[in-house]
Design a protein around this ligand. Structure first.
Ligand SMILES: C[S@@+](CC[C@H](N)C(=O)[O-])C[C@H]1O[C@@H](n2cnc3c(N)ncnc32)[C@H](O)[C@@H]1O
Length: 281
């Protein structure tokens, strides 16, 4: 029993990071036109606490929303709340889990899912949205992209990375203490303004770039070091994904997809995750 409680506490502590209003405003301001006449579903949000709920409730008429729905997880009984601009409706739910049948019914009604889901269940959460073919804008961590399934979905173009990427972001916690977390990013299927940054700055120099011991590609440590005239494979940090231009570069794969050892080795040293790219033209 004691152990069970401890495990539960550990799981919850990893998931209980509440998004602050300024984090929400900083990203959502780019998509407000796309919210018009839409049913927005916050499926990991207690409306009595969530800043996502607060943000959409305050802007309901401004954004011309059709409906706002929110549900949240509580093992021993939960509730959903919906708002149509005039009235709020509350309905009790068995547990409010995003993958429970009652929440699937709410999901079916929704046009766009927006939330910060539990980090520990991220893969399952994303799978549900993709299977249900829903538009979404969700907050996560860059390292969530380093799992095989999520990276595969990104590579297939099923979602993009939002405007704010790889940030050090403050969250509220149940302990009333603000905690900052690194590598925070948004993932979305919503339309984005094309925001391709010029990243080709320098020329290839054979002396400067080294090939991995266990894969035929040169190593690049920072985005600015990508040589504009190199035609072979290059291993770049995951932060490259924010700047990826599919018309200019092809994503060959992530290190864990390409070699059995999972990570590239350079001069005997194991590297951090690398994504392999190749120039198209
Ligand atoms: C990272 S927190 C973010 C909460 C809120 N969305 C926000 O942005 O402030 C994720 C929340 O999901 C809840 N959660 C855990 N398992 C869940 C599930 N199966 N379904 C829905 N929510 C869940 C956690 O209790 C936690 O409150």
């Amino acid at each position: 029993m004691k152990n069970q409680k401890l495990t539960q506490a550990k799981i919850n502590a990893y998931d209980e990071f509440y998004t602050q209003r300024k984090t929400i405003e900083k990203e959502l301001k780019y998509y407000t036109e796309q919210f018009r006449n839409k049913v927005i579903y916050l499926n990991c949000d207690n409306p009595l606490k969530s800043k996502f709920w607060q943000y959409f409730y305050d802007n309901f008429h401004n954004f011309k929303l059709k409906e706002l729905i929110s549900s949240h997880y509580c093992e021993n009984g939960s509730f959903s709340m919906s708002y149509d601009g005039d009235f709020e409706k509350v309905k009790s739910l068995k547990n409010g889990s995003f993958n429970d049948i009652e929440c699937f019914e709410l999901l079916e009604r929704a046009d766009i899912v927006i939330t910060n889901p539990p980090f520990s269940k991220f893969r399952e959460f994303l799978r549900v949205l993709l299977v249900m073919n829903k538009d979404f804008l969700i907050l996560g961590q860059v390292n969530m992209l380093s799992t095989k399934e999520t990276f595969k979905h990104y590579k297939m173009g099923l979602f993009k990375l939002g405007y704010n990427f790889n940030l050090n972001t403050p969250f509220d916690t149940p302990f009333k203490k603000e905690v900052a977390m690194g590598g925070i990013c948004w993932m979305t299927t919503l339309k984005m303004q094309e925001d391709i940054k010029e990243i080709n700055f320098i020329e290839y120099d054979e002396q400067r770039y080294r090939k991995y011991d266990n894969y035929d590609a040169i190593n690049i440590n920072s985005i600015r070091e990508i040589p504009k005239d190199y035609k072979g494979k290059m291993g770049v940090p995951i932060t490259y994904l924010k700047y990826h231009n599919p018309r200019e570069y092809k994503i060959v794969g992530a290190d864990f997809e390409l070699i059995d050892e999972h990570r590239f080795i350079l001069d005997g040293k194991r590297m951090y995750m690398r994504v392999v790219i190749e120039k198209i033209c």
